[in-house]
Design a protein around this ligand. Structure first.
Ligand code: BG6
Length: 522
């Protein structure tokens, strides 16, 4: 018989006991932008880790494409140098030893002729079976051009599908597109039209790395695999919801990029919308890619689209000035490299939205995100109503916060229930306490990096954690009114000191509900 209530040891799974190790099919992985920042920081380390955990096929070939002039050997040395900081394993070293590099411009037909030649060669020599995955880790302005040029050279389908090459098996051909997916609704639609001219929707994998985070996926498990939470997950019990994506880093070396983006495009349009959709959507009938994504879109369609006068009252935008983080003086945003000294780009945004559906009518959703806040933390706080009548009035209940469930997405991943308890002693004093589930303490194996999970899913053809075109569109429809108003200096840009929790106007935004709402201190 199973017992409950006993302290349990963390579950540790070794590579050999894991029956859930998924093996990707044979594959040519073509990395456009192979020498760039994203490839170095995320993609190459993720591939190296997937090799270490036995997830990559024995017939895997990495082909890098970028502008930098170098040969195969130099490329291999570059990869080893990048990935040896995080992992070194013989599987990966073998893959790197067979990797190829193409130095060329993305608009140049010669680049694609060489690519086609190498793809055919590795199908024959390394058994990649006509399967191709193109990863676009280039500057966003190249996404559409690359998709079209691949199609022009007939590289948008597997040679197995058009029968032009003698490779056995049923090949697939997929394209992985990074964010930002457009810079507003119109440009996103244009980009989509270009990519759709070349690839079918089921070949397109739009990445939002937040969906690869274990805790974001756990929102689905928490809500739909347990009977106790769903009955209270609605307007009758939930008072309001807060989503916080706080970063202590500034714009680092990405000043020029960030100038064009700002917090709304960089975080709200994608990461926040995805987290909100999973937190607030209806249960899917089955957990297949289409049903989950259908429910997400349905939720996004019920999010309030702010009218211009509502932007004035429901949104605060801010920019950091010089301040201190962890005891170090950090410069103002306007003094960062690549940033216009008179920039009006927002590095912080707070907003209040309502969800126009039966379940959430009248429940405010507060969102805030910013750079150079005191710490890195992403969380969703679902705050419940107060009890209808508090018998323990006055002083005894003074320290009592409303009940809340906090989904900690990062760091220190977990879920925490906060509720009132009696303080030991003779009087009936109450205090808010918490019941905590921590991923790190419960499961001994570390969470995989989001990119590892997503790359593997793209290789095995599971699109559940990728964004569909209609989700992208809807998310832009929600944020476009903000961007239009910002261009008109509405609301006026506020400032906040680096290392603080944002502009004071954001506190007013949440407190003016008159219901005692305040930002949680994560
Ligand atoms: C990226 C943004 O999408 O997400 C960055 O472009 C941001 O500006 C990053 O720093 C945050 O990701 P994470 O996983 O560290 O929360």
């Amino acid at each position: 018989m199973k017992t409950t209530g006993q302290p349990r040891q963390p579950e540790k799974l070794s590579k050999s006991d894991r029956s859930d190790i998924i093996k990707a099919p044979p594959l040519a992985f073509v990395l456009f932008g192979a020498t760039g920042d994203l490839s170095h920081r995320k993609i190459l380390p993720a591939l190296a880790n997937l090799a270490a955990t036995g997830n990559l096929s024995n017939n895997f070939c990495l082909i890098g494409v970028a502008l930098d002039a170098m040969g195969d050997e130099e490329f291999r040395e570059m990869i080893i140098k990048t990935t040896s900081q995080t992992t070194s394993n013989s599987e990966w070293e073998n893959i790197v030893a067979q990797s190829r590099y193409i130095a060329g411009k993305y608009e140049d037909p010669d680049t694609f002729e060489r690519l086609e030649h190498i793809l055919n060669e590795v199908d024959l020599k390394l058994g990649t079976a006509g399967n191709r995955l193109y990863y676009l880790a280039t500057i966003p302005s190249m996404f559409g051009t690359l998709a079209k040029t691949l199609a022009k050279h007939k590289l948008n389908s597997s040679p197995n599908q058009d029968g032009s090459h003698a490779v056995s098996g049923n090949g697939f051909c997929r394209i992985v597109v990074e964010k930002p997916y457009g810079h507003d609704l119109e440009s996103a639609k244009k980009l989509d039209a270009m990519i759709h001219e070349a690839f079918h929707e089921d070949q397109i994998y739009r990445i939002d790395h937040y969906l690869g985070k274990e805790t974001v996926q756990n929102v689905l498990a928490l809500r739909f695999a347990n009977a106790i939470f769903e009955p209270i997950w609605n307007r009758r019990y939930v008072n309001h919801v807060q989503v916080t994506v706080a970063e202590s880093i500034g714009v680092e070396h990405r000043g020029a990029f960030y100038e064009q983006a700002g917090a709304v495009r960089d975080i709200v349009q994608n990461h926040v919308m995805q987290v909100l959709a999973l937190t607030l959507m209806e249960p899917p009938a089955v957990a297949d890619p289409q049903s989950i994504r259908d429910e997400k879109v349905k939720l996004l369609k019920t999010l309030q689209i702010l009218k211009p006068d509502e932007v004035k009252t429901s949104v605060v935008r801010g920019q950091y000035t010089q301040g201190q983080i962890d005891g170090n003086i950090v410069p103002a945003y306007r003094a960062e490299p690549g940033v216009n000294p008179l920039s009006t780009t927002e590095t912080y945004v707070a907003l209040r939205l309502f969800v126009n559906n039966w379940r959430w009518e009248g429940v405010p959703v507060y969102i805030r995100t910013g750079k150079r806040l005191p710490k890195r933390v992403t969380e969703v706080a679902v705050q419940f109503h107060q009890v209808p009548h508090l018998s323990f009035a006055g002083k005894l209940a003074r320290e009592l916060d409303p009940d809340a469930m906090i989904i900690r997405i990062q760091p220190d991943e977990g879920v925490c229930m906060c509720f009132g308890a009696k303080v030991p002693g003779e009087s009936f004093k109450l205090k808010t306490v918490s019941m905590d589930f921590s991923y790190g303490k419960t499961f001994a194996q570390p969470n995989r990096d989001a990119y590892e999970r997503l790359l593997l899913d793209a290789m095995i053809g599971d699109p559940t954690l990728f964004i569909r075109a209609d989700e992208v569109d809807r998310a832009w429809q929600v944020v476009d009114p903000l961007l239009e108003a910002f261009a008109d200096n509405t609301p006026p840009l506020s400032t906040y000191e680096a290392g603080s929790w944002g502009p004071v106007e954001a506190d007013h935004l949440i407190s003016k509900s008159g219901q005692g709402h305040a930002w949680r201190l994560p």
